[in-house]
Design a protein around this ligand. Structure first.
Ligand code: NDP
Length: 329
């Protein structure tokens, strides 16, 4: 098996030198185990939190062994009655081309005519995060105004589209002209390019004079500060991610958290795995919208296992539109 290993816990933005490509021999296939060849790997911002010994809701990665992450592959050998050669499966055995695992570590992909990698993005963990945040946490109502940061990413593109489907007005922030255009193609109402906008608060006041009902937070820093000032009374803030802080020094946090009190805001943290019992409801609701072409899936694909570290680092440099994926040869 070829696999990407972490050599050391990175300081600041990870670099390619923090990773290595290693070749390890797989053990023989035991009773109850399945051998899988991966086709698609996911790289996600939360993985940065595991590349550190700091205490978190997920344990640190082990150095000098294969990294874990979402993956989609095909069964190539099986000693378990539930899995046959050719079955499409998802697992957390990413960052590697082949693996052997107990059957319990695998999930069969749902029957669908959609491309399999969709289950790592729009119909996988990031799409589920968008749906849980909007519907279970913010309890979004038609006619409300939603603001979402990192709007052109895997979670963000789904927040934009699901909020539009629910009848909301949607404003997003992103970091390039190409991404502004991609968001406009998804039907977003207004986009802020945070890299070229000097006065975020002024821009929000112009775009949402009536205020923001739901802020879906993926970034933190200056955008959170501007959003707090423009929330309506009884607004809801879904604290999904703070990518601006994942590599250490961010733009700093907001100084106006007292707006939470004055405006009786609900600002709630989200860990998507707490809601996984609703994944079936999410798929039942959202899969038909993809099959009927009501929703689009944006993807950025890096080719080859050796590109996985570059794809991961690219998340922090904004190199993706939609889900960042690695396709294996
Ligand atoms: P994305 O696909 O959104 O990729 C990350 C994007 O974030 C980049 O493309 C970039 O876009 C933007 N970005 C990176 N660094 C910065 C920065 N310093 N300031 C502003 N924008 C930045 O990733 P995901 O959709 O997978 O994740 C989005 C957020 O959701 C992350 O914070 C992640 O941790 C969180 N998350 C949380 C979950 C939960 O259970 N709570 C589950 C899944 C994700 P741009 O060009 O716009 O800068």
């Amino acid at each position: 098996s070829r696999q990407i290993q972490l050599l050391r816990y990175p300081n600041g933005l990870p670099s390619l030198a923090d990773f290595t490509l290693a070749e390890v021999a797989l053990p023989p296939l035991n009773e109850g185990e399945v051998e899988v060849s991966n086709q698609w790997l996911s790289v996600d911002p939360y993985m940065r939190g595991r590349m550190s010994l700091a205490k978190s809701y997920v344990p640190p990665f082990t150095l000098n062994s294969a990294l874990d992450g979402g993956a989609i592959g095909t069964v190539i050998a099986s000693r378990h009655p539930d899995f046959a050669i050719g079955d499409r499966v998802s697992s957390m055995q990413g960052w590697r081309d082949h693996f052997i695992a107990p059957a319990a570590a695998l999930t069969r992909l749902p029957q669908s005519s959609l491309p399999p990698q969709r289950f790592l993005g729009a119909l996988g963990m990031p799409g589920m995060t968008a749906w849980v945040g909007l519907h279970k946490i913010a309890k979004l109502q038609a006619g409300e105004t939603v603001l979402v940061s990192a709007a052109s990413g895997a979670v963000g593109t789904m927040v934009v589209q699901l909020a539009k489907l629910a009848g909301a007005r949607v404003i997003g922030s992103t970091g390039s002209a190409d991404k502004v255009a991609a968001l406009e193609a998804l039907g977003i109402d207004e986009v802020i390019n945070y890299k070229t906008t000097q006065d975020l608060a002024g821009e929000l006041a112009r775009l949402a004079p009536e205020g923001i009902h739901v802020y879906f937070e993926n970034v933190g820093g200056a955008m959170l500060e501007a959003a707090l000032d423009h929330m309506v009374i009884n607004g809801r803030i879904v604290m999904c991610g703070l990518i601006d802080q994942y590599n250490g020094a961010g733009q700093g946090g907001p100084n106006n958290l007292s707006q939470i009190i004055r405006k009786r805001l609900t600002m709630q943290g989200l860990i998507v795995f707490d809601h996984w019992q609703h994944y079936g409801d999410f798929l039942a609701e959202v899969t038909p919208a993809f099959e009927e072409g009501q929703l689009q899936a944006n993807e950025t694909v890096y080719q080859g296992l050796e590109q996985a570290p570059a794809a991961f680092i690219g998340l922090f440099e904004g190199r993706n539109t939609g889900k960042m994926l690695v396709k294996l040869d």
